[in-house]
Write a new protein. Sequence first.
Length: 293
Amino acid sequence: MAKGRQLKGRIRSVQNTRKITRTMELVATSKLKRAQDRVVGARPYAEALATVIADLSTPELAERFPLLRRPRPAAQGGPARAAVVLLTSNRGLAGAFNANLIKAAQARIEALEAEGLTVDLHAVGKKGIGYFKYIGRALATDRQDVGDKPTPEHAESVVTGLMEAFAAGRIASVDLVYARFVSALTTPPTTLRILPVAAPEGGEGRTAAYLLRPNAEAILERLLPLYVRNQVFRGMVETAAAEHGARRTAMKNATDNAGEILDVLRRTYNKQRQAQITQEIAEIVGGAAALEG
């Protein structure tokens, strides 16, 4: 009976775990829908900004704006430092979601260091912060206050100092590592260079399509910082949606696995119980036959 009690205890434990994972799956599904709406809402504005900058940018203008200008290599007297901004989640139970983002950040850091640059890592999200602190890497900044509902103010606070450092020539580049939201099942880690600003493809200075007031220089001066902040905000929004998608998938897999384990445990328990009943019947029959004999 001891084994039977152990099996019943394991069955109850797996049942309770399955209830938890099922609940978390439903919560993640609900949050995913709202996060998807935020991603869809952010895309038209980002695309419109990119289109305007692509149309206004020209090689001549690129030299006038610090955010567009490409610094000289470090070997030629350019900045010797670079920055990487890593976006992860504050919570786990999302499969390999955070691990993949951390690997992408490590790969980018190694590539920059191979170029002779010293890399400042700016981590947003508890999981990324915890990992790099665990391995002993110093962080330039760490933020845990963003969560899964980022705002433009969050993005501005993260990137404003980096834009100032880049414009002043103290850093050579800024890379953003985030999860690009393609679908609930496809959220690849992505590395995007946000500084220097690369004019989006498709525009070749088509200023003739616009009536510009006061002029292209004044408009770009206002739009470029806005574009960089929006790139970071969009990365935060997509990472938040990707986190919910990854957690929903992970919890669904855990719920399905718990169901399979329950089937195995129940079959094992029933077989053991049947064997025990058969043995008890045989003992009763044997005892009765001995009394009759």
